[in-house]
Design a protein around this ligand. Structure first.
Ligand code: AMP
Ligand code: MG
Length: 426
C-alpha cells in the first residue's frame, strides 16, 4: 500500500502559491520599459500615406496657418480706426476679396469692401463686420458701432507660425495630424519603419483552418486571428507564424523564423510550467526567460523573454488572458519598440454597476462596458475561457493590487478598448 498523501484541495485554481514572489504589474511594466528601445529604421513617406506612422524626427511648420490674415465670416471689411460709436455708414469700394481671389490693391481709409470667408484681408482692412449685421444699397454699407478692432478676422500664424514645431518625434499620426501637416506645407515626413510582429499559436489541441471540422477534443485557434487583427490595427506589419503543436523542436523552428523576420514575437499557449508548456521551457533553456510571475488576473502565466535577440511575449493560451496581457504588457512595449514611446492607456473613473470583493496581491482586469447611465457593468463570468465576454465588453475595469470591496456606485477605473488603440468593440 502506498502512503501517498494528496495535497489539500484548493478550490481556487488562481490562488497564489505560497513562497513565490509575484511581481506587481507596475514593477513588470517598469522593467519592460527600462529594457526596450526603438528598433526600427526610418523612411520617408508622403503625408497622405502617413496615417498611424510614427514620426522619427520632429516636424517644423513650413508656412504659417493661416498664411495671411483673412476673414472668418462673409461680410464687409474696413479699417477699424475709421469707425466709431453709433451708426456707421461707409462707402462701398468696387471689387471684393474672396478665398483664392484676393482684392487687388489697398482699401482707401474710410471705405468698406465686400469680403468673404477665408479671403485675404487687403491692406487697409483689419476688421470685418458680419453680413447679417449690415444693410447695404450697393453704394454704402451701414452697421452699428462700436465694432471691436480685429473682429471676425484670423491673424496670420494664429494657429501655428512658420518655423514652429508642429509635431514632436514619436507622434503616431492621426487623421487630424495629416490635416495639420498638410496645412503647414509639409509634404513628406520621416517615419519609423513599421514594426514587424510575428504571431505563433501553440497547442496540440488547436486546429488553425476554420474550414476543417474539428474533432471534439480539438479546438479552433481563436488567438491567432485576434492577435493578427489587433496588431494590424496598431499599424504593425504582421508575420503569421501559424500554429505549432506542443513539440519543442517545432516551436523552436517557428521562433527561429520569427526572430529572422520580425522585431517582436507574440506566442500564445504553453507559457506555464506544465508538462506540455514548451514555450516557457524553451525560453528558459535558451537562458533568457525573465520568468516573471506577474500578479495579474487574468494573465498568469506570462513569459517575457528574448529569442535570438528578439523580444518574445509568451502569452497565456486562454483568449481572454491572451488579449488582456497583450493590451496591458505587449502594447506599451510594442509602442516603445516602434519609436512611439512608452504609453499607458488613459482610463477614467466611473461608478461601478456591480459589486465585487477581491483579495490583496493581484491586479484584476474585468471585462466591462458602460451602461446608459455611464456606470461600468462587468461580464457575468470571470472565467478566462469565456471569449464571448471579450466580445461583449467595450473595455476593462482595472481593480488595484490591494484588496478591495467594490459596492454598487463606488468609483472604479474603466479603460475603454479605444484607449488601447482598438477601434472596435461594443
Ligand atoms: P495553455 O496556456 O497552453 O495552458 O492554454 C490554456 C487554455 O487556452 C487551454 O484550454 C487551451 O486549450 C486554450 N488555448 C490555447 N491556445 C489557444 C488558442 N490559440 N485559441 C483558443 N484557445 C486556446
Ligand atoms: Mg497548451
Amino acid at each position: 500500500m502506498s502512503d501517498l498523501i494528496p495535497p489539500r484541495l484548493r478550490n481556487d485554481c488562481f490562488a497564489m502559491p505560497q513562497g513565490v514572489t509575484w511581481v506587481p504589474v507596475d514593477a513588470a511594466l517598469d522593467r519592460l520599459r527600462a529594457v526596450l528601445h526603438p528598433v526600427t529604421a526610418t523612411e520617408d513617406v508622403a503625408v497622405a500615406d502617413g496615417l498611424g506612422r510614427v514620426l522619427a524626427v520632429p516636424v517644423t511648420a513650413q508656412r504659417s496657418n493661416p498664411p495671411l490674415p483673412n476673414a472668418a465670416v462673409d461680410g464687409y471689411g474696413f479699417a477699424h480706426a475709421a469707425t466709431g460709436d453709433g451708426v456707421q455708414r461707409l462707402p462701398l469700394a468696387v471689387g471684393r476679396s474672396a478665398a483664392g481671389q484676393p482684392f487687388d490693391g489697398a482699401l482707401p481709409h474710410g471705405q468698406a469692401l465686400r469680403i468673404l470667408t477665408g479671403a485675404v484681408l487687403p491692406d487697409g482692412v483689419d476688421t470685418v463686420v458680419l453680413e447679417e449685421d449690415c444693410a447695404t444699397d450697393g453704394q454704402t454699407v451701414a452697421f452699428d458701432g462700436p465694432v471691436r478692432a480685429g473682429a471676425n478676422t484670423r491673424r496670420a500664424g494664429e494657429d501655428v507660425a512658420a518655423g514652429a514645431q508642429a509635431l514632436p518625434t514619436g507622434r503616431m499620426l492621426s487623421p487630424a495630424d495629416l490635416a495639420l501637416l498638410t496645412a503647414l506645407g509639409v509634404a513628406r515626413v520621416a517615419v519609423h519603419r513599421r514594426l514587424r510582429v510575428a504571431v505563433l499559436s501553440t497547442g496540440t489541441e488547436l486546429v488553425s483552418d476554420p474550414t476543417i471540422t474539428a474533432v471534439p477534443h480539438q479546438i479552433y485557434d481563436a488567438n491567432r486571428p485576434m492577435l493578427l487583427a489587433l496588431l494590424a490595427g496598431w499599424g504593425c506589419e504582421v508575420v503569421d507564424l501559424g500554429h505549432a503543436p506542443d513539440d519543442p523542436a517545432e516551436i523552436a523552428d517557428r521562433l527561429d523564423a520569427g526572430a529572422l523576420g520580425a522585431d517582436a514575437i507574440l506566442t500564445s499557449g504553453g507559457a506555464s510550467a506544465g508538462d506540455e508548456d514548451h514555450v516557457a521551457r524553451l525560453l528558459r533553456d535558451s537562458g533568457t526567460l525573465s520568468s516573471w510571475r506577474i500578479a495579474i488576473k487574468p494573465g498568469r502565466p506570462l513569459a517575457l523573454a528574448m529569442w535570438q535577440g528578439v523580444p518574445v511575449f509568451g502569452l497565456p493560451g486562454n483568449p481572454v488572458a491572451a488579449l488582456i496581457c497583450t493590451l496591458v504588457f505587449a502594447r506599451p512595449a510594442l509602442l516603445a519598440l516602434s519609436g512611439a514611446g512608452w504609453r499607458q492607456p488613459q482610463g477614467f473613473t466611473v461608478p461601478a454597476a456591480f459589486a465585487k470583493r477581491k483579495k490583496a496581491g493581484r491586479r484584476e482586469f474585468l471585462r466591462a462596458r458602460l451602461n446608459d447611465a455611464g456606470a461600468a457593468e462587468v461580464f457575468a463570468s470571470e472565467g478566462s475561457g469565456r471569449i464571448s465576454g471579450l466580445s461583449w465588453a467595450t473595455g476593462l475595469v482595472e481593480l488595484p493590487d490591494a484588496a478591495c470591496d467594490v459596492a454598487q456606485g463606488n468609483p472604479v477605473r474603466f479603460i475603454p478598448y479605444a484607449a488601447f488603440g482598438l477601434s472596435f468593440g461594443g
